[in-house]
Design a protein around this ligand. Structure first.
Ligand code: AMP
Length: 283
């Protein structure tokens, strides 16, 4: 596996793939890799065109709106490289902060994802999606992939990236991969390691509640009552809810009655914020 740390090396690697006639499949991450990330890599590797797989690891300061969250974000470069080597990834890109986010004065252009960032994570974390879209755009230009792979766990992010490539005419296919979960249903996340023992036992209730809510909606229960029950159940168990809502999967606008869509949830246990979602498919 090639370990690429600067922009020139990345450009050389990219040109070598083009010369060899290989497509590039790209998996952007913030590192501290777990099985959720590794399943994105496997999805990239299992493409029929057998692309060269490039994983990036970059804790993007522009998408953190909380300095403490950024400071304590787990950085485990050696372990990450070992896991990617074992998976036979072709290359890992570890850009420096100064290469991607030079001092703000020298860097004034931002990519604004517009309406799709108005609700949910966008409302709870001002600037988050602009920071994400700006850095993903830069990474796409640098890596020039034919395919880029993202997790459905961050559903709003995935939809924003789909719109980003569509609206800005980037010739990149965006692939979404289903959420990888622990056995008890908790969506894997780099932040789970901060849950204490009691919180870790409570955490799977978020997924369980999403699944139950989707089921009740399918069976015909009215939306508001079902959502209210779900919120009460989670709040009683100690969650502080940022949102728990049914919305349209394409626009992410909230739905006012039970229809096919996606349930999106963000909830905190102590200082740890958990994110999850569940599709609702009505007959
Ligand atoms: P992150 O390192 O958290 O920025 O995530 C990098 C990529 O991995 C994003 O596309 C995430 O949606 C995806 N991802 C994170 N956790 C999971 C998971 N449990 N299952 C599937 N994809 C995930």
């Amino acid at each position: 596996m090639e370990i690429i740390r600067d922009l020139n090396e990345l450009s050389n690697w990219r040109q070598a793939q083009a010369k060899a006639g290989r497509n590039v499949a790209f998996v952007p991450t913030m590192g501290n890799l777990h099985n959720g990330h590794l399943n994105l890599v496997k999805a990239a590797q299992s493409r029929v065109d057998q692309p060269a797989v490039l994983v990036s690891i970059f804790v993007n300061p522009m998408q953190f709106n909380d300095v403490n969250d950024l400071a304590r974000y787990p950085r485990t470069e050696a372990e990450d490289i070992a896991q990617l080597t074992q998976l036979r990834v072709d290359a890992v890109f570890l850009p420096s902060e100064t290469d991607l986010t030079p001092e703000t004065d020298a860097f004034t252009v931002r990519v604004d994802p517009g309406e799709l960032a108005a609700h949910w994570e966008g409302a709870a974390r001002p600037g988050h999606f602009t920071g994400m879209a700006t850095i993903v755009t830069k990474l796409f230009h640098l890596a020039q992939p034919q395919v880029a792979v993202f997790g459905e766990k961050d559903f709003q992010q995935l939809q924003i990236v789909r719109r980003l490539v569509r609206d800005l005419n980037m010739p990149i296919e965006i692939v979404g991969v289903p959420t990888t979960r622990a056995e008890d249903g908790l969506a894997l996340s780099s932040r789970n390691r901060f849950l204490d023992e009691a919180q870790r036992l409570t955490a799977p209730l978020l997924h369980a509640t999403l699944v139950d809510t989707a089921q009740q909606l399918r069976l015909g229960s009215p939306l508001n009552a079902v959502l209210e029950n779900a919120r009460t159940r989670l709040t009683s168990a100690g969650f502080k809810l940022d949102y728990f809502a049914l919305c349209r999967a394409d626009t992410l606008d909230p739905l006012l009655s039970a229809e096919s869509g996606i349930l999106l949830a963000a909830a905190r246990l102590g200082a740890i914020r958990l994110l999850d979602n569940q599709p609702v498919v009505m007959e």
